[in-house]
Structures are given as structure tokens and as C-alpha cells.
Design a protein around this ligand. Structure first.
Ligand code: NAP
Length: 204
């Protein structure tokens, strides 16, 4: 079991556009970050739909679903995703949501649960590890959440799906205090017309 983070990112380092809000979940101009995902067969399967493209990108998405036994996310990612994911969210695993505001656990269809964790990133990770069994824990986002786990050296593997777009402005993943210098080993590069998928392992 390892801890992963897997993010769609623009060439200029943004994981969302500016002005993220509940009615603007990816921020302004963020379509290139996410639109390549929506027609992948593996993604559609998880949304309860049929069809879509069976391509290398779809295989990578399926690989992530199969490998992930629990998910940690920030409350902004939860809030901006909740409506889109609906009653049968694609995770089908326990999800631990970091927040300062306690809320009761939500049980959804398909095996997804949302547990709201108010005692910090280590507690959320410990709970996710306990829930994941032999599978990985994924730190799913957003930027604030992934940065904190990166800063504490708690992520083993980072996969970036680099989309061929510059957003110009937005939520940058590798910005802010506490990240420090880190060395990584390249694990894999998969290049498709939709995205360049870069996987790295952190050198401990
Ligand atoms: N490109 C991608 O692959 C990708 C992936 C995921 C998300 N996203 C995007 O990322 C954006 C959201 O990112 P974000 O950086 O704004 O927010 P975020 O990391 O999703 O959530 C931040 C919130 O999480 C809670 N939180 C974070 N750390 C905490 C801690 N240590 N203790 C307690 N609570 C903590 C706080 O919630 P409270 O205010 O409730 O206390 C905080 O306001 C969205 O636009 C989403 O679409 C992109």
C-alpha cells in the first residue's frame, strides 16, 4: 500500500482556474483540465453510463480506480464535486474529507462513504490507511490538501496528467509555503493526444 496523488494540471501548473465557487467548480476557463476525462470508457462506467473511448487514457483511469482503496480530499473539492458525483459517486471506497466543521458521515450508493475529519491531515490519512486494506490511499485534491501532504512528505507517488493548455491564472499546485525542495524518480511517461501522464516516486 502506498499513498498517491493524481492530478490533472495545465502546462503552467494550475489544477483549477480562478474564481472557484460552488456554481463554478473548476474555476474560470478550466474546461481543458477535465473535459478529456468525460468521454473515457472507464470514467463513464463509474458514472453508471455506457460507451466512451477505450484508449490508453481510459486504461490509466481504470488503473487508478482499481488501485485505490480509500480517498482523502479537502472540503472544497467535496463541495464542488458533490452535485456532479450524485448519489452513486465514482469512488466506491471510503472518502475522508478534511474540514474544520464537523458533519455526520454520508453513506452513498456503490460503496462510497464520506467521513468528515476535523482533527487534521495525519488523522485523515491514518483513517484512510485503515480503510484501504491492501490498496492505495489517494490524496485526491484540491491544491490546499495535496500541498499539505506534500509538505509533510506523506505522498509516495505523484501522477500528473498534463493537459496541453495554459490557463494563465488559477489555483497552482506547487505554490505556497512549506513545500520545500524534493527529489523525485521518474516512474513512467504515457503520452497521448489528450494528456501527457507523468508518474513520479518521491525519493525518501
Ligand atoms: N485538477 C485536479 O485534478 C483537481 C483535483 C481535485 C480538485 N481540484 C480542484 O481543486 C479546487 C479545490 O481546491 P482547494 O485548494 O481550494 O481546496 P481543498 O483542498 O479541496 O479544500 C480546502 C478545505 O479543506 C479543509 N481543510 C484543508 N486542510 C485542512 C486541515 N489541515 N484541517 C482541517 N480542514 C482542512 C478546509 O475546509 P473548511 O473550510 O471546511 O474547514 C479548507 O477550506 C476545486 O476547484 C477542484 O475542482 C482539481
Amino acid at each position: 500500500m502506498i499513498v498517491t496523488a493524481d492530478m490533472a494540471i495545465s502546462l503552467d501548473g494550475c489544477i483549477a482556474g480562478p474564481n472557484v465557487a460552488l456554481d463554478n467548480p473548476g474555476g474560470d476557463g478550466a474546461e481543458p483540465l477535465f473535459e478529456w476525462i468525460h468521454n473515457l470508457a472507464s470514467w463513464r462506467e463509474r458514472q453508471g453510463m455506457t460507451g466512451g473511448e477505450e484508449n490508453r487514457d481510459s486504461e490509466l483511469m481504470r488503473e487508478w480506480f482499481d488501485a485505490t482503496g480509500a480517498v482523502v480530499m479537502g472540503r472544497m473539492m467535496y463541495d464542488t464535486g458533490e452535485e456532479f458525483w450524485g448519489e452513486n459517486p465514482p469512488f466506491r471506497t471510503p472518502v475522508f474529507v478534511l474540514t474544520h466543521r464537523p458533519r455526520p458521515t454520508l453513506l452513498k450508493e456503490g460503496g462510497t462513504t464520506f467521513t468528515f475529519v476535523t482533527d487534521g491531515i495525519h488523522s485523515a490519512l491514518d483513517q484512510a490507511k485503515a480503510a484501504a486494506g491492501d490498496r492505495n490511499v489517494d490524496i485526491a485534491g484540491g491544491a490546499s490538501t495535496v500541498r499539505q501532504y506534500l509538505g509533510e512528505g506523506l505522498i509516495d507517488e505523484l501522477q500528473l496528467h498534463v493537459v496541453p493548455a495554459l490557463l494563465g491564472d488559477g489555483l497552482r499546485l506547487f505554490e505556497g509555503p512549506g513545500l520545500g525542495r524534493r527529489d523525485l524518480e521518474p516512474v513512467r511517461v504515457v503520452d497521448t493526444p489528450l494528456a501527457t501522464h507523468l508518474k513520479y516516486r518521491f525519493v525518501k
